[in-house]
Design a protein around this ligand. Structure first.
Ligand SMILES: CC(C)(C)CCc1c(C(=O)O)[nH]c(=O)[nH]c1=O
Length: 313
């Protein structure tokens, strides 16, 4: 049996990669991912200028997951572009993903994508749509009109392959609306999900929140979010053009969690919280556990069961 994953014309040894934000801040961390058992990797979402991010504590591991309000700390788009161009030249056989964000809304998103279009980077980009839009409006991906406007603007000049990272949706009307927007564009993939926004965790000894920014409100990851992640992968797979691949992110701790994301239609799989907790060895364990599941079920390839979740008809 083989865990080979085909994604945008490349065959990866396995579908596993980090989730943007975890173990991907600088060249050293990215080198660690590149030499780990991960099939691919993605950089920390970059903004035009480098950012310190929010005051600490801003990320906390919890028994059932994690909570974070990092505030987009990153070394700036120029840093990641330089690293990416060096990396694509040194290892053309090992494609990866460059994550792009924006802290100032629509115009910065466009400017960042223009900078990549004009650069020598030719690989995949993951556009993080969970970023703030104009004050008084929700994050970009929760404003369907602005998301459509942004993608229309980007596709008017951007000719390189890219996809979008989405926050979770919780209403069938929202699954329908975001899919209707995304299906209008030649996107290579959609990554579901980003952390479940603005959760709150209370320390049971101090009766205090556990992260400093935003009065303790932060994005939730880990076991807490798997049912939501699976639902978003499944709902988007059912609605998106087959030319748009799905990356499954959220609640992947074991080979079984990975298998469930694949059943829902994911092609690549991202691991955030569990990578933070366990380190790079998590990829060796996940590969081993997923392979055991294929063998136990008599599958030779992921293609034999990908997207084949059964319903109770
Ligand atoms: C939440 C934003 C800061 C607007 C974007 C960056 C980001 C962060 C972050 O840098 O706080 N954390 C997440 O779990 N997901 C994200 O997409």
């Amino acid at each position: 049996a083989s865990l080979q994953a085909t994604f945008y014309g490349h065959t990866y040894e396995n579908p596993f990669m980090n989730a943007s934000g975890v173990h991907c801040m600088d060249t050293a961390e990215l080198d660690g991912l590149a030499t780990s058992a991960a099939g691919s990797f993605v950089t920390k979402s970059a903004t035009a200028e480098g950012r310190d991010g929010n005051p600490e504590p801003r990320y906390v591991n919890l028994e059932l997951g994690s909570i974070n309000s990092m505030g987009l700390p990153n070394l700036g788009l120029a840093y990641y572009l330089k690293d990416a161009i060096q990396r694509q030249t040194a290892h053309p056989d090992k494609p990866f993903f460059l994550s792009v964000a924006s802290y100032k809304g629509f115009d910065e998103y466009v400017a960042n994508m223009k900078a990549i279009q004009d650069s020598a980077y030719t690989g995949l980009v993951e556009l993080n749509l969970s970023c703030p839009n104009v004050p008084g409006k929700p994050q970009m991906a929760y404003d369907f009109e602005d998301t459509e406007k942004l993608l229309t603007e980007i596709f008017s000049f951007y000719t390189k392959p890219f996809g979008v990272k989405l926050p979770p949706y919780f209403d069938f009307m929202h699954f329908d609306k975001i899919a209707a927007v995304l299906n209008q564009f030649d996107l290579k993939f959609v990554n579901c999900i980003n952390s479940v926004g603005n959760g709150l965790y209370i320390d049971d000894e101090t009766d205090t929140v556990v992260i400093k920014p935003k009065g303790g409100f932060g994005g939730i990851g880990g076991e807490y979010v798997k049912p939501t992640a699976l639902a978003n992968v499944r709902a988007l797979r059912q609605r998106l053009n087959p030319t748009i691949d799905i990356i499954g992110t959220g609640g992947i701790l074991t080979g079984r969690d990975a298998y469930e994301h694949l059943l829902c239609g994911a092609s690549m799989l991202q691991v955030g919280t569990q990578l933070y907790k366990e380190g790079l060895g998590v990829f060796d364990r996940l590969n081993s556990e997923l392979l055991d599941i294929l063998v136990a079920k008599g599958y030779n390839t992921i293609a034999e069961f990908k997207g084949k979740l059964a319903t109770l008809d």
